[in-house]
Design a protein around this ligand. Structure first.
Ligand code: NAD
Ligand code: LMR
Length: 332
């Protein structure tokens, strides 16, 4: 029997990530090739005409899984009945700006959209915040939507996770699909800690630790980390726009694994509400290694954290605490 359609909200749908993301959702990349979807697309009035153009293209593409499109500038209409909300709407970073420079513009959007989601989304709606500062926007959304369970609110660090997989695969000249279990700890910012201490590669001789295959510790502890941390800025420098296709694809990966589960023995990185695991202060949305099963994520427990890693976990937590304070000062 055909499945009931799932309603997926994309905010900022007339923007560049939106333009890459909505066809992926309509093709089943996010929720599976047998899952019909109804797309809800929200943008602001100056983008209404462009949003309508995206709707026209979705019709023209005749996606078999796409059972309806709501394109609107009304936040209540956009949020009504949605099962998944991908929050992309906001102002992107331009060359020379740090992600926290876009804070004041974006946190107030997340405060007001929190209330709309809380009142009008389906019970158990899963929320993914993509717009920067992603962790802090997600935290503000959580705080101003107290009836949405905190386990349902997350932010995107899967792009950073995928970037780390890509760097290891290029370095070792192996398939990216054979690399697994990198970790992004902390903030989706230049203080994030891309960690390969537990990562491995599938080889003809079995799984081997990345640290054994890449014998160059200087690269792993230096250039690898800074490349992943700075990749967003490098894309902005090259394209003059921030990453879009990789952000959209990673958002699909994030929701797909959350809803359908992570493969056995594999974890992914998600920004989630800290429960104090790994001595990360609670009250922050922080990226952890997680596994997902039956639509729920759990933080991978018990990984040994060496001294260098500890410092990096704490540094990015410190930045998130400062961002939280700044966000509240922007809202007051
Ligand atoms: P964009 O400017 O092309 O699109 C953003 C869209 O949001 C625009 O169409 C704009 O009109 C709309 N918008 C603005 N305010 C809105 C509101 N209140 N409600 C609904 N829509 C609103 O930007 P983009 O390149 O698509 O990037 C979107 C966001 O994603 C930015 O904040 C960017 O920094 C962030 N980003 C995050 C990641 C990540 O990995 N977490 C990766 C790439 C980009
Ligand atoms: C990215 O990581 O590509 C985005 O967050 C855009 C940015 O501002 O870096």
């Amino acid at each position: 029997m055909a499945k009931e359609p799932v309603r997926v909200l994309v905010t900022g749908a007339a923007g560049q990530i939106g333009y890459a993301l909505v066809p992926m959702i309509a093709r089943g990349v996010m929720l599976g090739a047998d899952q019909p979807v109804i797309l809800h697309m929200l943008d602001i009035p100056p983008a209404a005409e462009a949003l309508n153009g995206v709707k026209m293209e979705l019709v023209d593409a005749a996606f078999p899984l796409l059972k309806g499109v709501v394109a609107t500038t009304d936040v209540v209409e956009a949020c009504t009945g949605v099962n998944v909300a991908v929050m992309v709407g906001g102002f992107p970073r331009k060359e020379g700006m740090e992600r926290k420079d876009v804070m004041s513009k974006n946190v107030s959007i997340y405060k007001s959209q929190a209330s709309a989601l809380e009142k009008h989304a389906a019970a158990n709606c899963k929320v993914l915040v993509v717009a920067n500062p992603a962790n802090t926007n997600a935290l503000i959304l959580k705080e101003f939507a107290p009836s949405i369970p905190e386990k349902n609110i997350s932010c995107l660090t899967r792009l950073d996770h995928n970037r780390a997989l890509g760097q290891v695969s290029e370095r070792l000249n192996v398939q990216v699909s054979d690399v697994k279990n990198v970790i992004i700890w902390g903030n989706h910012s230049s203080t994030q800690y891309p960690d390969v201490n537990h990562a491995s590669v599938k080889t003809s001789a079995g799984e081997k630790p990345v640290r054994e295959l890449v014998s160059d510790d200087a690269w792993l502890n230096g250039e690898f980390i800074t490349t992943v941390q700075q990749r967003g800025a490098a894309i902005i420098k090259a394209r003059k726009f921030s990453s879009a296709l990789s952000a959209a694809s990673s958002a699909c990966d994030h929701i797909r694994d959350w809803v359908l589960g992570t493969p056995e023995g594999t974890w992914v990185s998600m920004g989630v509400y800290s429960d104090g695991s790994y001595d990360v202060p609670s009250g922050l949305i922080y990226s952890f290694p997680v596994t997902c099963k039956n639509g729920e994520w759990s933080i991978v427990q018990g990984l040994p954290i060496d001294e260098l890693s500890r410092k990096k976990l704490d540094l990015t937590a410190q930045e998130l605490s400062e961002e939280k304070a700044l966000a509240y000062s922007c809202l007051s």
